[in-house]
Design a protein around this ligand. Structure first.
Ligand SMILES: Nc1nc2c(ncn2[C@@H]2O[C@H](COP(=O)(O)OP(=O)(O)OP(=O)(O)O)[C@@H](O)[C@H]2O)c(=O)[nH]1
Ligand SMILES: [Mg+2]
Ligand SMILES: [Zn+2]
Length: 369
């Protein structure tokens, strides 16, 4: 059998956000559509491409955390609070890019507010080089500033199952590998209830997650993510080493008291994202991690020099066991804390132009505090 000189999908200016095979503009498939703007699709997996994929810069944001870290709750809450903050503070509209795919998150939102159990569809079966692989689904959103001078951009979120990252697994073969190599920013969601040190420090907490089986391997997971990105660097030359990494210690409703009075201050102030406050909050969280699990800090630092630590809670309170025997928040008590801050910081790093125009418009040459 004559081997082709190049495997399919390794060349081209574009990469499909689902199957990650490459192609050139001219290769995109035009799906039949009744609307005047016909839908475009990937020539390899034939999945519909996000709107304006050829026109607007897309930024890949990888959310990752171990099993039960709270990723789905976080992403679901994020898509509720981020549009509000973007519009209120920065005059930026946030639109659903692909309602068909994003329904997986929208359904989750309904569930969260009604506390029914849910079946997740964060991965999708894709035919890739003759094999069927479950790939993380791209959840796309378009960011449109009110004034035309600031450019539109789009975000693609992925909800990555950390349990796929096992030591010894061939990192570059993972379905998440291409996406991590292309990531413009990473949000790592650290689960305090999956850390022996945090669990010991939280002794006496009423959160039912204190009882769950402990699989303390988040440092190893961070190391695997790094290994994966390193392995991919040979394959994908565009991979950047210093992408912003947000290490979010989630479920902060449970552990904030461990900061012993050091406050987490809201860095969003009147249309400004205060970098000094982000750095201060980061130092407070880092100090706690350094005290309880220094190996996690080291592993996170190895991931990127552009690293900040965050405290966030999707629920703002501890879940309880419902009639179905599952842990669920009280929909009436949902009070997300700082959930939008990590991504706003990442945005300030990857597309500062989104913010700049507004800042100078409302703050004429004020000396920064
Ligand atoms: N205390 C507290 N618990 C939370 C919070 N967010 C999620 N949880 C709990 O964490 C557990 C996992 O939540 P999910 O959002 O399903 O986490 P996940 O990482 O998507 O889980 P898998 O997809 O199953 O790996 C659930 O028991 C939630 O009740 C939070 O903000 N505070
Ligand atoms: Mg999940
Ligand atoms: Zn594809």
């Amino acid at each position: 059998m004559a081997a082709p000189s190049q495997p399919v999908g390794t060349k081209g200016e574009l990469a499909c956000p689902l199957c990650w095979l490459r192609f050139d503009k001219g290769e995109v498939i035009h799906l039949e559509a009744k609307s005047p703007t016909s839908d475009l699709a990937c020539p390899h997996c034939r999945h519909k491409l996000p709107p304006d994929f050829l026109r607007v810069p897309y930024h890949t944001i990888s959310l990752i955390g171990d099993q039960d870290a709270g990723k789905s709750s976080f992403l679901c809450m994020l898509t509720k609070v981020l549009p509000v903050a973007l519009y209120r503070e920065f005059g930026i509209g946030f639109q659903d890019g692909d309602p068909e795919v994003n329904d997986a998150i929208n359904d989750l939102q309904k569930v969260m507010f009604e506390t029914r159990s849910f079946a997740e569809t964060m991965y999708e079966q894709v035919s890739r080089s003759g094999r069927t692989v479950a790939m993380p689904r791209p959840f796309t959103y378009t960011l449109t500033p009110a004034e035309k001078v600031r450019e539109q951009c789009a975000l693609i979120f992925y909800n990555n199952a950390g349990e796929h990252f096992q030591p010894g697994a061939s990192a570059a073969e993972l379905p998440e590998a291409q996406q991590l190599a292309h990531a413009a920013g990473i949000i790592y969601l650290f689960d305090p209830f999956n850390s022996a040190a945090f669990r010991a420090a939280l002794k006496g907490s009423a959160d039912p997650q204190m009882e769950k089986t402990l699989v303390d391997r988040q440092e190893a997971l961070l190391a695997e993510i790094r290994a994966c990105r390193l392995a991919m660097q040979n394959q994908f030359k565009g991979a950047k080493a210093n992408i912003p990494v947000a290490l979010v210690v989630g479920k902060s409703d449970a552990w904030l008291p461990l900061l012993e009075g050091v406050p987490i201050i809201d860095p969003l102030q009147e249309g400004l994202l205060e970098q000094a406050t982000i750095t201060k909050n980061s130092a407070a969280v880092q100090q706690l991690l350094q005290r309880l699990c220094p190996e996690v800090v080291t592993a996170a630092e190895a991931l990127s020099p552009n690293l900040r630590f965050f405290a966030a809670s999707a629920f703002g309170h501890a879940p309880t066991i419902n009639e179905a025997g599952e842990l669920a928040p009280d929909p009436a008590q949902l009070q997300p804390q700082q959930v939008e801050i990590p991504i706003l910081w990442i945005l300030s790093q990857i597309c500062p132009a989104l913010f700049r125009a507004l800042k100078t418009a409302s703050e004429p040459a004020s000396p920064s505090a």
